[in-house]
Design a protein around this ligand. Structure first.
Ligand code: ATP
Length: 513
């Protein structure tokens, strides 16, 4: 077992033990790749969603919200291309009977080459010390150059074969690279087949009149079909955006990475409608703006990178992923896609209705182009949670487990403790809770020794603990203990609201954007 998988296991078990994430229907042994958010998980998830929503809808006067249904008219998915093209290439290993996504097997192979490059870089950086120039090293080191060109060649060939639907070549590539089944080590593969990821269901009571429906695989189409409704009712002028968050469903072939790849998950998507011809500049604009949104959380800028697509989806003329360093390596967290007028154009054709925008300045009708930003809320949760979980060895040799969640996103903002359960201290502590609970999520705890109470809150990610002691009775001050540094300071009760407001409110985080 590698260290990496050990740390990932710790993340999963911490999430369960502290009420963040449970396997779905666990008493029936769970349901594969479906998870439930517990009492603390739902609070963190809501806060992340709120950070996204307010940064999009509240801070941009040309972006509005929407909440469209999960069920949509079935022709929607014909028009969007999902019935014909929303497929993943699957391959089975004949010996282990395990099923894989062929593209992911190949990408994992490439990731191993990239790991070798990184190893060379860290070796060289140790050797050269301060004078090390990473960019130059990557461009000139002969070994790195060989690795890089091998990785590029593989991705290029895969991209081309997938684009041309040449599945035989995808299999040939797996064989040429001698990729073995990670479970069994066997190289005995079936042919590669396409597999449609949409879940089908039925609407209507009787079998003969029921209509076949799909659970939406993305929230975006609800935005496209409502484009004119929103534009007309809101008298919106281009450029403008429509944002929505909601559940999406995909029958993923391989779903073995906790909440990274689920069958039911939540998306936060924004479609930005623009005049044709301006897509390049808006694509660059949103690429930068979204990365800034991520950086603002302080999880470490080195944990993000762009990955521009070689193989473009059926709807896109440019696409990039913002990748994040998850416990299992750099993987897609968010997609930014220049979708042209592909969707509106097809909905016009399939619905037989005009979806054109009348541009009052140019005095003409046209179909807008679209730049989309699309992020998985659950993946964002995993990004925050996995970077937050920390194990520290303290001076006395004991270990402390804490969640360094960005304070503004923490499920509980403040925990209030009376030092002892008598002498009027609980009453003062409860009064503080009553005063602050209108604006912040506050916990009250009077059980166990104070040190244990601190540790409990550390493990939940509560940024500050407030203790009411005997001095409080005399001078109306309390101590505030900081989660990350464990330092304490004494402040007046009456300044507490301001303190919390300045350190913990989402508005402060948004102002830094
Ligand atoms: P992947 O290549 O990982 O399958 P994708 O390119 O199919 O992802 P998009 O269709 O671009 O993903 O969806 C936008 C976002 O939705 C992704 O960046 C990701 O954060 C999230 N997402 C997609 N599929 C899942 C899933 N099965 N579980 C959780 N989140 C998902």
């Amino acid at each position: 077992m590698t260290n990496q998988s050990d740390s990932f296991k710790k993340i999963i078990s911490h999430a369960k033990e502290y009420g963040f994430i449970f396997p779905s229907s666990e008493i029936y042994d769970g349901l594969s790749a479906v998870y439930d958010y517990g009492q603390n998980g739902v609070a963190l998830k809501n806060n992340i969603r709120e950070y996204w929503w307010r940064s999009m809808v509240q801070l941009n006067d040309n972006i509005v919200g929407l909440d469209s249904s999960i069920f949509m008219h079935p022709t929607t998915w014909k028009a969007s291309g999902h019935i014909d093209a929303f497929n993943d290439p699957l391959i089975d290993n004949k010996d282990s009977k395990k099923r894989y996504r062929a593209d992911i097997l190949i990408e994992d192979y490439v990731a191993k080459i990239e790991a070798k490059i990184n190893k060379e870089v860290s070796k060289a950086s140790k050797r050269f010390g301060d004078s090390f120039n990473k960019e130059q090293f990557l461009l000139t080191n002969p070994r790195v150059k060989v690795y890089q060109s091998k990785a590029d060649g593989i991705l290029k060939r895969m991209g081309k074969s997938l684009e041309n639907e040449d599945l035989a070549d995808v299999k040939a590539l797996i064989e040429d690279l001698e990729i073995a089944c990670p479970e069994s080590g066997s190289k005995n593969w079936t042919d590669v087949k396409q597999f449609n990821l949409m879940f089908a269901t039925k609407l209507g009571a009787s079998a003969d009149t029921a209509i076949d429906l799909f659970l939406r695989p993305e929230t975006a189409q609800g935005i496209f079909v409502n484009f004119l409704n929103v534009q007309k009712s809101g008298r919106m002028k281009l450029p403008f955006g429509i944002a929505q968050t909601g559940k999406a469903f995909r029958n993923e072939i391989v779903a073995r990475q906790f909440i990274f790849r689920m069958r039911e998950f939540e998306q936060m998507e924004m479609q930005f409608f623009i005049p044709p011809g301006t897509q390049k500049e808006w694509y660059e604009y949103w690429k930068e703006k979204r990365l800034k949104w991520h950086y603002n959380l302080g999880l470490g800028e080195g944990n993000y990178r762009y990955h521009d697509h070689e193989k473009l989806a059926h709807y896109a003329d440019a696409a990039t992923d913002i990748e994040f360093q998850f416990p299992f390596g750099f993987k897609e967290l968010e997609g930014i896609h220049s979708r042209t007028d592909f969707d509106l154009n097809n909905h016009e054709k399939f619905a037989g209705k005009k979806l054109q925008y009348f541009d009052p300045e140019k005095n003409e009708n046209y179909l807008p182009y679209v730049v989309e930003t699309s992020i998985g809320l659950d993946r964002m949760f995993l990004a925050v949670f996995s970077k937050a979980l920390t194990e520290e060895t303290l001076k006395d040799g004991s270990t402390r487990v804490l969640l360094k969640i960005p304070p503004e996103l923490a499920p509980t903002k403040l925990a209030i403790f009376p030092l002892v359960k008598k002498d009027g201290l609980p009453e003062i502590a409860k009064k503080i809770v009553t005063d602050l609970k209108w604006d912040f999520t506050i916990a009250y705890d009077e059980k166990d020794a104070i040190g244990r109470r601190y540790r409990r809150q550390d493990a939940l990610g509560t940024p500050y603990c407030v203790t009411v002691d005997h001095q409080t009775i005399e001078d109306e001050t309390i101590t505030i203990r900081h989660r990350d540094s464990m330092t304490q300071e004494r402040v007046a009760i009456k300044s507490l609201f301001k303190f919390v407001q300045s350190k913990l409110s989402l508005s402060e985080l948004l102002k830094k954007l």
